[in-house]
Structures are given as C-alpha cells and as structure tokens.
Design a binder for this molecule. Structure first.
Ligand SMILES: Nc1ncnc2c1ncn2[C@@H]1O[C@H](COP(=O)(O)OP(=O)(O)OP(=O)(O)O)[C@@H](O)[C@H]1O
Ligand SMILES: [Mg+2]
Length: 498
C-alpha cells in the first residue's frame, strides 16, 4: 500500500463582512449593549460615565464617555480587534470583561459605525469600525482618525478617559421610516432603567468596589435596589457561604414587603416592568454587577405565593466557566454543584414567603375579635364563610321567625359559596391596590358602631372589651379614628348620664 501523503494545512479565515454581520444578531438589546460598554469603563477604573443620546438629530447618535485609564494608540488597536483577549486570560480583580468581544459585538448590535476616542497621559487617539467599509473592502479595515472634530461629544474628552460613539443606528431607527424616533426613545428609556438595576451596587457604592456615577443626558441615574433592602418590612434572610472549586459564593435571601407595608409608588417600582411573579427568583451578581435575574433555573415554579422572594447570589468571575456566562453577560446556567444546595434553600424560602403572603390575610381575619368573614383551614382546602355569630348578624337572625331564619341562612350560604375567589385572586395578583371594599360615609359608620355597641352592651360586655373588639375588626378597624370618636362620644354620654 502506498504511504499516505502528509496532510495539507491552509488558513481558512472567515470572510470579514459575513462574520461581522452575523455577529450583530447574537441577541443584544440596547440595554444589554450599553451595559457591556459600561463594564469596560468599570474595568478601566472610571468613577464617572456620561451617557449621551441625541435621538431627535437628523443622524441620531449614542455616546458613552468615561474618566477611566484611557488607552494608548497600540492599546486602542488591540481593543478594536475582535477577540482581543482570551477567555482564559487572568484578568484584573475589577475587570468585568471575559471574551475580548463586548465593545465590538455590543456596538455592532446597535449601529453600523463605531468610533472610539481615547486619551491616555494626555495623548489622544481615535479609531473607527465602519461596517459599510468592511463590506466594501471585504477585509478588517480599521480607520485611524486624525480629525476628531466631527465625532459627537469629542469636545467632552478633556482628561484621560474613553469615548465610545455609535452612529448609523440602523437597528434603533428604521431606515425606511427615519422620522419616527419613538422606538429609539422608548429603548433609551428602558435601557436607563436597566442600567439603574444592573449597576445598582456600583451606583450606590459598597465596600470592595469603586463607586460609579452614571449620568444620562446629564440626568444622574440613581441606584435601583431590587431587594428593597432598606425598608424595615423587608425580611433579610441569613447570609450563607457556599464553596465551589475553592471560590466563595455568597447567598442571601430577601422577602420583599407585602403591599400593605409600602406606598403604592414603592409597590409599583419594585414590581419592575414584568411584575412580581416574573421577577421572583435568583439575582446573580458577577463582581457586584447583576448578570441574570428573575429565574429559579427550573428548580421551582414562579408562583403567586412566592412572588416576593428574591435571592441574591454573589459569584466571583473565576467561576464563569461553571456558570457558562454568555458574551452579553445577560444569561448564565446554574452549576450542578450549586443546584442541590439551592433547591433546599428554595424549599425553606417558599414556606416562609407563603407565611408573609397568606399571613397578611389570615392574621387579619383570625386576630379580629368580631370577624364578619371566617377563614377555616381544612385538611386539603380552605373555606371562607360568613360568621353568623357576629353580633349584628346574630341579632338580625334572632329578629326573624323560624322560617325566615332558615331562608336567611340559605341566603348567607348562597352568598359565601359563590364568592368570586378566582376574580379576586386575579385582581390582587395584577394590582392589589385596586381591590378596595365599599367605603362607609361617616353617618352610616356611626350607626353601625352604635348598633354593634348596643348589642354587645346588652349582652353584658364591658365598654373596654367592646372598644377592643370593635377596633380589632373590620370595617371598624379600617375607620379607626371615626370608630374611636363615636365610642368616645358614647362614653361621654354614659358619664354624663344620658
Ligand atoms: N472604556 C475603556 N477604557 C479603557 N480600555 C478599554 C475600554 N473599553 C475597552 N477597553 C479595552 O479594550 C479591550 C476589549 O474590550 P471588549 O469589551 O471588546 O472586551 P473585554 O472587555 O476584554 O471582554 P468582554 O468581551 O467580556 O467584554 C478591553 O479588554 C480593554 O483593554
Ligand atoms: Mg468588555
């Protein structure tokens, strides 16, 4: 047999234009793309990022200027290269990068024209990727700028730092309908909200990281803490440490306050755009930067009862490969070693959040001394029914003949057995603040307080006990001041002998 001829090796490089056009579609949104650029500013030790946008200009543009270390011309050339660093490269402690791609992939996902101006030790350099030029030449032709005057916001780069500018925003402004900027404005708004969430720990500042200020068209972006951790009614669970491959993962559960404990505004803001149910779950931070949130990673269902649970997980970047962090730093997978541990944790949390959620209702009913409604937990179902021993209901029933009393009992049963549980549940889940019982005017309430008082008084109940019973029960509890006032009047009348 003739000896096989040796293999032949050839370089088969990807066609520049086809590759770069495909990379545009790896799934960035404007929000995740902007965040990737801010990651680079953090890695460059910036303390201030100025984010600019000119959505109504003839040629709208977006710019991000930081006061970080800046780059030399050589560093800029490397920074503009796709895959400028290897994922296995050891990075600085504060470097949020991993792939050597973010600057380019994030930018190309939103624009066809990426310009980077940077100043280091006073020396200014500028380079531009123009996707149309790459298409035309079929090569990775990078343009080095000599004139910066045409670059939007270049005049703001007065000290060391870097300015990233996106022009030809073909993904944000439809080429066929260039005058309609509503999509761009909406996306910018959404992106600002996202940045306030994703970088909230940098914006607020905490031990171990450099505080960062971000302004959007000169408006300062405030941190948005998804755990509402400063609110006194937020339940902060114990911090746990989990070791994986010699690295520490910190886990801390939070149960957000029930809607009755917060203002309507606070409730709305912490629901975030998709609502509490969708935003429950793990909040994974990589080097203090939120990477993924609002998922139980298939370990539990996103149920109504656990909608107030959010678990903060702090992981170091050394574990990136276990989490399978994606290029956009917007998704990750749960490492197997952590899975079992978190499953147990979730079970504990589900029990405690059910307590917070149901507790609100049941406590209210059971702590009432004169409940109109009774909540009766059975073995496998919970029943709500009207309390026929309530003095006012009982008194009315006693005034009826035997036949009428039977009809009355049937009527009560008809009412409580047909209570629209599903509709109420759906309404509360959508917006608990919308659900409100009928309001009493002061005259009707006074009549009701006096009637209840007279009945209890007739039954030999002492004034203090009547007062306690009424103030603990609805509807009087909901009109505490008015009820107290009527009771005070009754007492005064008694003292004065009326
Ligand atoms: N604002 C900046 N200031 C200073 N250097 C920067 C800045 N932006 C990018 N660089 C340099 O350019 C390099 C490439 O950035 P790029 O975002 O493409 O990749 P990365 O940050 O290394 O990794 P990743 O793909 O995970 O973002 C960075 O590693 C950094 O050295
Ligand atoms: Mg990066």
């Amino acid at each position: 047999m003739p000896a096989p001829s040796p293999s032949r090796f050839e370089e088969v490089a990807p066609p520049a234009s086809a590759l770069v056009e495909s990379l545009r579609d790896i799934g960035y949104s404007l929000a995740t793309a902007i965040s990737d650029i801010i990651d680079n500013s953090i890695a460059a030790r910036a303390t201030h990022v100025e984010w600019f946008a000119s959505p109504y200009d003839d040629e709208p543009a977006i710019g991000l200027l930081d006061n970080g270390s800046g780059m030399s011309q050589d560093e800029l050339r490397e920074a503009m290269r796709l895959g400028s660093k290897h994922p296995d490269d050891i990075r600085d402690e504060h470097d949020l990068g991993r792939f050597g791609l973010g600057l380019k992939t994030a930018s190309f996902s939103q624009c066809r024209n990426l310009t980077v101006l940077t100043r280091k030790a006073g020396h200014l350099s500028g380079a531009r990727w123009d996707l149309d030029l790459i298409k035309e030449t079929g090569e990775w032709t990078l343009e080095f700028l000599t004139d910066y005057s045409e670059v939007p916001w270049a005049e703001n780069l007065n000290e060391d730092g870097t300015l990233v500018v996106w022009q030809t925003l073909d993904r944000l402004v439809e080429p066929d309908n260039k005058s309609d900027r509503s999509h761009l404005v909406e996306q910018l708004d959404e992106a600002a909200t996202y940045v306030q969430l994703v970088f909230h720990r940098y914006l607020a500042g905490e031990a171990g990281i450099k505080k960062l200020q971000i302004t959007f068209n000169n408006r300062r972006l405030e941190p948005f803490d998804p755990f509402h951790s400063k609110h006194p009614s937020t339940i902060i669970g114990p911090k746990e440490l989990f070791r994986m491959a010699n690295h520490k993962i910190l886990i801390q559960p939070f149960t957000l306050p029930h809607h009755k404990k917060v203002t309507n505004d606070e409730w709305e803001i912490h629901a975030m755009r998709e609502g509490y149910v969708k935003n429950q779950g793990f909040y994974i931070y990589r080097k203090y930067r939120l990477v993924i949130y609002g998922t139980w990673f298939s370990l539990a269902r996103q149920a109504e009862m656990t909608k107030l649970s959010r678990i903060c997980i702090d992981m170091p970047s050394e574990l990136d490969s276990y989490w399978k962090i994606d290029i956009k730093k917007a998704s990750a997978q749960l490492p197997e070693a952590l899975k079992k541990h978190l499953k147990q944790l979730i079970e504990k949390i589900i029990v405690s959040s059910k307590r917070v959620y149901i507790g609100q209702g049941s406590r209210e009913v059971t702590s009432e001394q004169l409940p109109v409604w009774l909540r009766i937990p059975g073995k496998d179902r919970i029943t709500y029914c009207i309390n026929q021993e309530h003095p006012i209901i009982d008194d009315f029933e006693r005034s009826l003949s035997k036949d009428q009393s039977q009809v009355f009992c049937r009527l009560l049963r008809l009412i409580y057995s047909s209570f629209p549980v599903d509709a109420l549940f759906a309404d509360i889940a959508t917006d608990p603040t919308l659900v409100n019982n009928e309001n009493y005017d002061s005259n009707s309430l006074e009549e009701l307080v006096r009637a209840a008082y007279n009945l209890l008084d007739k039954a030999g109940t002492k004034f203090d006990s009547v007062e306690k019973a009424l103030l603990s029960s609805n509807p009087f509890k909901a009109y505490r001041e008015l009820t107290q006032q009527v009771l005070n009047d009754i007492r005064k009348d008694q003292i004065n002998g009326f």
